[in-house]
Write a protein that binds this ligand. Sequence first.
Ligand code: UDP
Length: 239
Amino acid sequence: DYNKDNKRRVLLKLSGEMFGGGAVGLDVQVLTRVSAEIKAAVNQGVQVAIVVGGGNFFRGVELQNAGMDRARADYMGMLGTVINAVALQDFLEHAGVPSRVQTAINMAQIAEPYIPLRSIRHLEKGRVVIFGAGAGMPYFSTDTVSAQRALELRCDEILVGKNGVDGVYTADPNKDPSAKKLDFLTYQDALAKGLRVVDAAAFSMCMDNNMNMRIFGMGEEGAVTRALLGEKIGTVVST
Ligand code: UDP
């Protein structure tokens, strides 16, 4: 039985940009704040699984543009996500939230391997599960892995936390003052308009399997808690 307690279970995607506070490395203040916000939701019984990005360290495409072999560059990108996963675990534990890291590339001294039924067991026990190393495969992104994990772990929805924007707009709100925020969007529209807030592979996996996604801004104090608790912030993308 994949959700025997029938509790709200969500998959939160945190980008590398968030971890770095916009720079390379780790932003301690952001990590402290986000951990406290996750704790508030966990304390209310929400089961939280987290996929972490790694853009604050390396992005495969960028290294490829600089002349590296793409697959090797992608493995470097994946290793960056593991650093973020271990950091988040530390800040969560400091905040008093039990957590486990599971990685798609085995590294037994650092983390458990990804074992879906074991992830579910952790979630049922109130532990936050943090997924590192993406899918363990080059040419994938952590957005796509978020869709896959949310589906396999029978999550109710995917929550995509964004820096700088608080949802999906009709145009780029930083360039066009008449841009309006959308409360709702279909996957078909998102794909047809070529929206890049989340990558196309993730959108289409969610579309094919009927998984809802909420894209929200992490800028405002308390936004992560509100999203985890199911408040209607940001933009919902669905079939
Ligand atoms: N990556 C990969 N396979 C995966 C997940 C990630 O190859 O399954 C690599 C890829 O190079 C990517 C990097 O890891 O650029 C960091 O992940 P991502 O760009 O998704 O992080 P974010 O943009 O969310 O910070």
